[in-house]
Design a protein around this ligand. Structure first.
Ligand code: UDP
Length: 317
């Protein structure tokens, strides 16, 4: 195997930490970079222990990617950015800086070292979509001055920066548009729907549905997502933007009932709260391009993925 030096920005986060582990298991040398704003050293604990014992090719650098850094690498997975609405709205200007300066700094490393660079963009660039499912040709319906725009517009600019570095400097880029992803190591307090519902039901607390629960999302299990990201990076021809997500669409109300059925023993009741501003009414990826170009298809169904996520949250209590 050809061992590569791979930088993962946002490497202590939910998706980043799973990606670091997988790349190490594949035999690569991984540099994990994070400021731990939403990520946590707990997520990479086993990787740090193994590397201290000389058993894994892993190092962690505590650094904020809005500041330049000089590193020598072959590939960059640029994930760094808070991704849950609660986290990215907490310091919205910082979120924009992370998307713009963080992407510029990552692209700077790629240009200087001739590394391949993959940006994790998001389904949020489609805003509150007027078509469903969303395919990559759709330009989106984004409010430029709403509470979500620091993230939505930030990621849109990040995509623009990627494509301009390709046009101007021939940097070898990949762009993935990640749809809702869930699984073990999600942050239990980040306010996202899967972690909220599971923990509310395990704690016998009210289940907080925002709005009437008729809005839809399509949830992809973490292992499938990591597979998709690596396949995109490794793909010779296809650079994206490409949707990665599970097309199985479900209403938020049905999701609440499904998680309640899986946990069984709980006295939690559904409650309804105000719908946050600009909350998309539907979201479902068209993944035809990923199937054809990457030979990638999510394999883990919602029930199986929810069960392992529930077990994770039971374990860390
Ligand atoms: N949601 C909810 N209750 C919660 C958390 C979220 O009803 O406790 C809804 C939220 O309004 C949205 C969907 O679940 O319609 C997904 O929210 P999340 O924050 O997980 O991600 P998003 O897809 O909105 O970025």
């Amino acid at each position: 195997m050809n061992q590569k030096r791979i930088l993962v920005t946002g490497g202590t986060g939910f998706i980043g930490s799973h990606l670091c582990k997988k790349l190490i298991d594949m035999g690569h040398y991984v540099i994990c970079l994070d400021n731990n704003f939403t990520g946590s050293l707990k997520n990479i604990n086993e990787l740090i222990i193994d590397s201290n014992k000389g058993k894994s090719n892993f190092e962690f650098i505590r650094h904020d990617i809005t500041q330049p850094i000089l590193l020598e690498v072959d590939e960059i997975y640029h994930l760094a950015c808070p991704a849950s609405p609660k986290a990215y709205q907490y310091n919205s200007i910082k979120t924009i800086k992370t998307n713009i300066l963080g992407t510029l700094n990552s692209l700077g490393i790629a240009k200087r070292t001739k590394a391949k660079i993959l940006l994790t963009s998001t389904s949020e660039i489609y805003g509150d979509p007027l078509i469903s499912p969303q395919n990559e040709e759709y330009w989106g319906n984004v409010n430029p001055i709403g509470v979500r725009s620091c993230y939505d517009e930030g990621k849109r600019v990040a995509e623009t920066l990627m494509i301009e570095y390709k046009r101007n400097h021939n940097v070898d880029i990949r762009i993935a548009r990640i749809f809702n992803t869930y699984g073990p190591k999600m942050n239990r307090d980040d306010g996202r729907v899967v972690s909220n519902f599971i923990n509310q039901i395990l704690d016998n607390k009210d289940i907080t549905i925002y709005g009437d629960g008729s809005q839809t999302r399509s949830f992809c299990y973490i292992n499938d997502m990591v597979e998709g990201l690596i396949k995109l990076m490794d793909s010779e021809k296809y650079i994206g933007p490409i949707n990665l997500g599970n097309p199985h669409e479900i209403t938020i109300k049905n999701l609440a009932n499904k998680i309640k059925d899986l946990i069984i023993e709980s006295s939690s009741k559904i409650t309804y709260q105000d719908l946050p501003q600009d909350d998309p009414t539907k979201r479902k990826p068209d993944i035809d391009k990923a199937i054809r170009n990457l030979r990638w298809n999510p394999l883990i169904d919602l029930e199986e993925g929810l069960n392992s996520t529930i077990n994770y949250f039971k374990m860390i209590r």
